[in-house]
Design a protein around this ligand. Structure first.
Ligand SMILES: *Cc1c(COP(=O)(O)O)cnc(C)c1O
Length: 399
């Protein structure tokens, strides 16, 4: 099927099973979880506004659908890394305030300004943005970004007074308006570390500088998901909610349920083959696993081309309510699980296999098996896996 027909079946009715037919691999996204996660965070941060961060195709969940659901849930802003991502959302009819913050000298600033997209400014980009504003005869709305310690984008504290001065000149010429100041935290997911306090003190200092220069700021923002959840003193006028929007926890050893968050993605497929093998059967490339007794092996038709981390040997797959570890190396299209000797193969062939999400194990368990973080696992689920959008837990295995 092509992508058009995919879109047609993107909004199934609750209880309708038709969209599943023929879709052996699927990421099922619960948009009611997205809305509920926004509400949960709004309760926590009010009166601060929520910016829903939907970069990287909504962390793999689908940027357009997630942005719409987040706005329905009460988010007031949409955040993207790239201007191109924000423009795609405008093209899809999303009119909410938007901010993009990661640019190169090829970024289409004129289009961004014309489309009413606010721009994060680190320093070098200010002149290009002012020139673009001149060209389209529309003042740019900018948020000055200060590097308070992360060492990535943003002006250093040392260069910040100079950036403020240049921005003031352009503002007086009517080419832009400085509406925000922002920064990004480095270790907020490790609440015991001291560097967050140091960053917050630097951020306060940067805010003072901007206010002393006479700018009338609409908002200051620094909180990402871990700071939203653990540091109320970071909320200011707006928070930038990424991971938590998708119902995942940024903290090692703490589940999203602790914060009332619901994971939005379930990654599912069906068992493609089941067979009895003898002791000593090698499994998958490199034969890095050998069966230790007679057993049944099940073939799961998802692999690294679908976004499963190739190194995630031992990661869990849930079938018929029980969890089995992946054995051997994950291949491009498939992986193998060992069901043990005491199963009825007829109950497994064609059964729903939940890689992660409701009814199965968590994204975080997969992340651990791959020695990475849940952010990386969801953002890398590939376009080969069709996304389905549902409300609630419709589409559970076995329905
Ligand atoms: C990705 C990103 C966020 C969202 O971070 P989460 O930890 O996913 O909430 C916020 N701000 C900036 C600048 C980002 O790049």
């Amino acid at each position: 099927m092509n992508s058009e027909s995919l879109e047609e079946i993107n909004a199934p009715e609750a209880g309708d099973t038709a969209p599943y037919i023929g879709w052996e691999r699927r990421a099922v996204i619960d948009l009611s979880a997205i809305r509920s996660n926004v509400k949960q965070v709004m309760d926590l941060v009010a009166p601060a506004k929520v910016m829903a961060v939907v970069k990287a195709d909504g962390y793999g969940h689908g940027a357009v659908q997630v942005a719409k659901a987040a706005l329905e849930g009460g988010a007031r802003w949409i955040g993207c890394a790239h201007v191109a991502e924000a423009l795609a959302l405008r093209d899809a009819g999303i009119e909410a305030p938007m901010l993009a913050w990661l640019h190169t000298n090829d970024t289409p600033f004129e289009k961004a300004i014309s489309a009413g997209i606010d721009l994060g400014v680190s320093g070098w980009d200010l002149d290009l943005i002012a020139a673009a504003a001149q060209a389209v005869q529309t003042p740019a709305r900018i948020h000055l970004k200060v590097d308070t310690g992360l060492g990535r984008n943003g002006s250093t504290m040392a260069d910040f007074p100079g950036l403020i001065e240049r921005a003031a000149k352009y503002q007086s010429e009517g080419l832009l308006r400085v509406v925000g100041v922002f920064s990004h935290l480095a270790v907020a997911d490790e609440p015991d570390r001291p560097e967050t306090d140091i960053q917050l003190a630097a951020f306060d200092e940067a805010i003072d500088m901007v206010e002393a220069a006479g700018f009338d700021l609409e908002m200051r923002h620094i909180a990402n998901t871990p700071a939203i959840l653990s540091r109320p003193d970071t909320h200011h006028e707006m928070v930038r909610l990424g991971l938590g929007l998708y119902g995942l926890s940024p903290f090692e050893g703490e589940s999203p349920a602790t914060y009332g968050l619901r994971p939005a993605m379930r990654l599912m497929t069906k068992v493609a083959n089941v067979k009895k093998v003898t002791l000593g059967q090698g499994v998958s490339y490199g034969l890095r696993y050998q069966t230790t007794a007679e057993t049944y092996l099940a073939l799961v038709p998802m692999g690294y081309a679908d976004g499963l981390p190739r190194v995630a040997t031992g990661a869990p797959v849930t079938i018929n309510g029980k969890t089995y570890p992946v054995r051997g190396t994950i291949a491009m299209d498939q992986c193998v699980i060992d069901l043990g000797p005491d199963i009825n193969p007829n109950e497994f062939l064609g059964a729903e296999a939940i890689i992660f999400g409701e009814g199965g194990e968590s994204v975080t368990t997969w992340a651990h098996a791959a020695n990475t973080i849940n952010y990386e696992v969801v953002t890398r689920i590939s376009p080969r896996v069709p996304r389905f959008y549902v409300e609630g837990t419709w589409g559970e295995a076995g329905e």
